[in-house]
Design a binder for this molecule. Structure first.
Ligand SMILES: Cc1cc2nc3c(=O)[nH]c(=O)nc-3n(C[C@H](O)[C@H](O)[C@H](O)COP(=O)(O)OP(=O)(O)OC[C@H]3O[C@@H](n4cnc5c(N)ncnc54)[C@H](O)[C@@H]3O)c2cc1C
Length: 495
């Protein structure tokens, strides 16, 4: 993965730029020393490291706006950062770019139970929102496994998901309002506490935009009443294929579980060794299905799912008898990433989405690829959404292993696209999948996407080097002549 050559002129001005930023964010809000800059050199995709030019940590919207205005005026690049847990390198710093850390935006501004929403600053952690409202019996539904650490601003930028998203939607389905600052330093407010904002769906455009369109400074999220009952089934299968068929059969029966997650044998063993969740070790695949709602409905659905599981050759079925047992079922799945981290010096977490019906076939091919690349893989996935997370095990200290892990990961993502899926389910494109965008989009598609970027950030200063394989100058795109035959759909207008 190559990044554009850094601008040595900007690097030479590091001290002057830091001094200007200190005038905007006084006190300890600007970090310049080499050891402290190193602390920010990567995000969750630790294979890539680059200390930033300088770090600025504003604590007010006015400071964010002034920082962006200054950088725009001076032609300096800016990388927004939340908690730095991105697994696609979205928050990877640039040698010639200011890292704009949003950690000080950590306050919950308003909890409005009547309108079932909370207004929070972007640095608040995902779990922090649920904690703030749990006393009144509410929660925030999207629950990435990183929820204890990741920020809601990062969730918005990546359109993050989690176990509960099958039934309750991803981040994009749980937002009511956003405040953002554009690269011009303009503060824009979208939506609010009400449903559906008028006009274009700009909140939808901002969600998943990976820090390329604006810096989010306030988020209004929906909060939901906790369901009165939640119970889970732990279902073992003798083959991943049987597990995949069971997932398809549950959905085909019209049941939308609160969560439906699957793990393969290596992941089951790693999780069991780590947290002792009580998982069976003699199965090839383990499915966790959670049903939530009124007690009578949950009892009815549990019986239905159990019958479907038996029809699909389940080798074991356990049903949680109390809350502690339900949480134990989930504990292994939630700890699957760190569990795999214990059995391998390094792992590379992939994120691709496929049509659910292709699950068994794709997992078989991943296991063949594992042999071809000579690297082990453990699979955990949001089975209900068809969102795969193969964890490729490697040792960065062994020569050539990181390159083999990347090549293996590339083959998995190409496979996802080939079977009708997409490059990412929830972790974003970042730098990780940037050079694979061409496997999914043709040049015309990418040019249309870049036009949107240009509408927000014509100088390409906000998080450059991410998402787009090659960012054109906006002026070039303006003149781009697209022939009708090149358009992805004949009804799309000519530019
Ligand atoms: C162990 C582990 C488990 C994970 N599990 C999941 C999971 O289950 N589901 C899932 O979806 N993800 C998961 N992730 C990935 C990651 O946690 C999410 O992508 C998360 O949303 C990133 O949030 P962050 O605050 O760490 O953002 P960062 O990593 O700091 O940034 C991510 C992106 O958001 C942009 N950004 C951050 N803040 C702002 C802002 N205020 N305004 C504009 N842009 C901004 C950055 O520029 C960058 O492009 C996991 C990560 C780890 C390490």
């Amino acid at each position: 993965m190559e990044m554009p050559a850094p601008d040595q002129g900007v690097i030479a001005r590091r001290g002057e730029i830091a001094a200007a930023l200190r005038r905007i964010v006084p006190g300890e809000g600007v970090i310049l020393s080499e050891p402290e800059r190193r602390a920010y050199e990567s995000d969750g995709l630790t294979a890539y490291r680059q200390p930033p030019l300088v770090i600025v940590l504003p604590s007010t919207v006015a400071e964010v706006a002034a920082v962006l205005r200054y950088c725009k005026q001076e032609g300096i690049k800016v990388v927004p950062r939340g908690a730095g847990t991105s697994l696609s390198g979205g928050a990877l710093p640039l040698a010639d770019g200011v890292l704009l850390g949003m950690a000080k935006f950590n306050r919950i501004l308003d909890i409005d139970y009547d309108n079932r929403c909370a207004v929070v600053q972007p640095g608040v952690t995902n779990l922090g929102i649920s904690h703030a409202v749990e006393g009144a019996g509410f929660y925030y539904a999207p629950d990435p496994s990183s929820q204890i650490a990741c920020s809601i601003g990062g969730n918005v930028a990546e359109n993050s998901g989690g176990v509960h998203c099958l039934k309750y939607g991803l981040t994009t389905n749980n937002l009511l309002g956003l405040e953002l600052v554009t690269m011009d330093g303009e503060v824009v407010r979208l939506g609010g506490k009400h449903l559906d904002a008028e006009g274009y769906d700009l909140i939808g455009i901002l969600t998943g935009s990976e820090g390329l369109l604006g810096v989010v400074t306030e988020v209004t999220v929906r909060i939901l009443k906790k369901p009165p009952t939640a119970r889970a089934l732990l279902i073992g299968f003798g083959s991943v294929e049987d597990g995949g068929n069971c997932v398809a059969a549950i959905i085909a029966a019209g049941i939308i579980p609160g969560g439906m997650e699957m793990m393969d044998k290596p992941a089951i063993h790693a999780a069991e060794d780590f947290v002792g969740a009580g998982y069976p070790r003699d199965v090839e695949a383990l499915l966790i299905v959670e049903l939530d709602g009124p007690e009578a409905e949950v009892d009815y659905l549990i019986a239905k799912v159990e019958a479907i599981a038996r029809d699909n050759r389940a080798s074991s079925v356990r049903i949680s008898q109390n809350e502690a047992e339900r949480l134990a079922f989930w504990a292994g799945r939630k700890a699957a990433f760190p569990a795999v981290g214990r059995i391998s010096p390094d792992y590379y977490c992939m994120d691709g989405t496929i049509p659910r019906a292709r699950l068994a076939e794709v997992l078989t091919r991943i296991s063949e690829l594992s042999k071809e690349h000579g690297l082990a893989v453990a699979n955990v996935f949001h089975a209900g959404d068809g969102n795969l997370h193969p964890l490729i095990l490697y040792d960065a200290n062994k020569s050539g292993e990181i390159e083999r892990a990347e090549a293996f990961g590339t083959d998995i993502l190409k496979l996802c696209v080939k079977v009708g899926g997409v490059l990412t389910g929830e972790h974003g494109v970042g730098v990780e999948k940037r050079d694979l965008m061409g496997t999914m989009f043709d040049e015309t598609d990418l040019a249309h996407q870049e036009r949107l970027k240009c509408a927000f950030d014509p100088d390409g200063l906000l998080n450059p080097g991410k998402v787009f394989p090659q960012l054109h100058r906006c002026a070039e795109l303006g003149r781009l002549h697209v022939h009708r035959g090149q358009l992805p759909h004949p009804d799309l207008p000519r530019f």
